[in-house]
Design a protein around this ligand. Structure first.
Ligand SMILES: [Zn+2]
Length: 307
C-alpha cells in the first residue's frame, strides 16, 4: 500500500474526534480510542462474521396512510418570535457493533438494519425529509415547507454514509444531510467517503454541509485559524459541488459567541450543535439543536424523542 502523507493527520483527527465527541457524555480516553483500536483490526473481520445486530424492529404502518393520493400540505413561517417544531436527528456511524461494544461506540453508532427501520418509521409517521437550503429559505424568504419536516444529519463522512445511508435514503425518496471535513473527503479510502462519492450523492439529491477542513475544535484555535477552517471548507465544497453550502456542523458541537460570529461571517446560514430538542427559532439558526439517535434506541424510544 502506498504511504499516505495524510494518514497521520487523519488518525490524529480520529483520536481527537472520539475523545471530544464524548464531551457531552462521560469523558473518554487519554490516548488511543476504542474506535482507533477497532478500526486497525477491522479488515480481518469478514462480512459473514455475524455482527451482533439488534433484531430489526417491525411495525405496522397506520392504515390511514395514503402515500400518493393527495399533494403534501405545506407549512409557512411562524409569526415573529414564535418557535417552529422541526426535529433534526443526528447520526454518525451506521454500522454493526459487537455485543460487548463500549458505551461510547454505542452512543455514536446505529446498526444499518435499524437505520432502515427508522427511515420506514419516519415515513409512516408522516415526516418529510428536507434540506438546510429549504430550512434557510423557509425562515429567510418565507418559502413553505412540507408538513412534519425532518432533517437527518449524518456527520463525519464515514464510508457507511455512502454504503448504507445513501442507498437506504434514495430507495425511499428521502434526503440526508451529510457534514464532512474536507480533509476527510480528500483522503477517502476504506474508512471515509471521497469527493467522487460525495458528488454522486449531491447530484442524487443528498445535501452536504461544512464540518471544517480538519475537524478542529473551533473554540480552541485562533481567530485566523478559525476563519480558514470555516471559509476554506465552504469554498472547497462550493467549488466541488457547484452550488452554495448552507449549513455547518460545529466539530464536537463546540461553539461560543466568537465561533458563531465567525460562522456567520464565513457565510453559513445555519449551524448545528449536539444537543437537544426540536424547537427552532428564526433568530437561532446558527445554534440549531439536534436529537441524537444511538445504537440501543428502539423505535419506541425514538418516538418519544420526536414531536
Ligand atoms: Zn464530527
Amino acid at each position: 500500500m502506498k504511504p499516505n502523507p495524510s494518514l497521520f493527520l487523519l488518525l490524529t483527527s480520529f483520536v481527537a474526534l472520539f475523545v471530544a465527541c464524548g464531551r457531552d457524555e462521560p469523558p473518554p480516553f487519554p490516548t488511543q480510542t476504542p474506535e482507533f483500536v477497532e478500526r486497525t483490526v477491522e479488515p480481518t473481520a469478514l462480512p459473514g462474521a455475524t455482527p451482533t445486530a439488534l433484531p430489526t424492529q417491525t411495525f405496522t404502518p397506520a392504515p390511514t396512510s395514503t402515500p400518493t393520493a393527495t399533494p403534501t400540505p405545506f407549512i409557512t413561517p411562524p409569526a415573529a418570535g414564535e418557535n417552529v417544531v422541526i426535529p433534526i436527528l443526528m447520526y454518525h456511524h451506521l454500522k454493526y457493533r459487537e455485543a460487548n461494544a463500549s458505551q461510547v461506540l454505542r452512543t455514536w453508532s446505529v446498526a444499518p438494519n435499524e437505520f432502515a427501520a427508522q427511515l420506514d418509521f419516519f415515513q409512516a409517521r408522516g415526516f418529510h425529509t428536507i434540506t438546510f437550503k429549504q430550512l434557510v429559505e423557509f425562515f429567510e424568504d418565507g418559502a413553505p415547507l412540507p408538513t412534519k419536516p425532518l432533517l437527518l444529519t449524518i456527520d463525519d463522512g464515514w464510508i457507511d454514509s455512502y454504503t448504507v445511508a445513501f442507498p437506504e435514503l434514495k430507495k425511499r425518496g428521502m434526503v440526508g444531510n451529510f457534514f464532512v471535513p474536507t480533509q476527510y473527503l480528500d483522503v477517502g479510502g476504506e474508512l471515509l467517503i471521497n469527493w467522487e462519492q460525495a458528488i454522486e450523492m449531491d447530484r442524487a439529491g443528498m445535501e452536504f454541509g461544512g464540518h471544517t477542513i480538519s475537524h478542529e475544535d473551533l473554540t480552541k484555535i485562533t481567530l485566523e485559524q478559525m476563519r480558514r477552517q470555516l471559509s476554506g471548507a465552504k469554498e472547497k465544497m462550493e467549488a466541488k459541488f457547484g452550488h452554495p453550502t448552507y449549513a455547518l456542523s460545529y466539530p464536537f458541537g463546540a461553539f461560543n459567541p466568537r465561533v458563531v460570529a465567525a460562522t456567520q461571517t464565513a457565510g453559513y446560514r445555519a449551524a448545528l450543535i449536539l444537543c437537544c430538542g426540536y424547537k427552532i427559532h428564526a433568530d437561532d439558526l446558527l445554534t440549531l439543536p439536534r436529537i441524537r439517535i444511538s445504537y440501543d434506541d428502539t423505535l419506541e424510544d425514538i418516538a418519544k424523542k420526536l414531536p
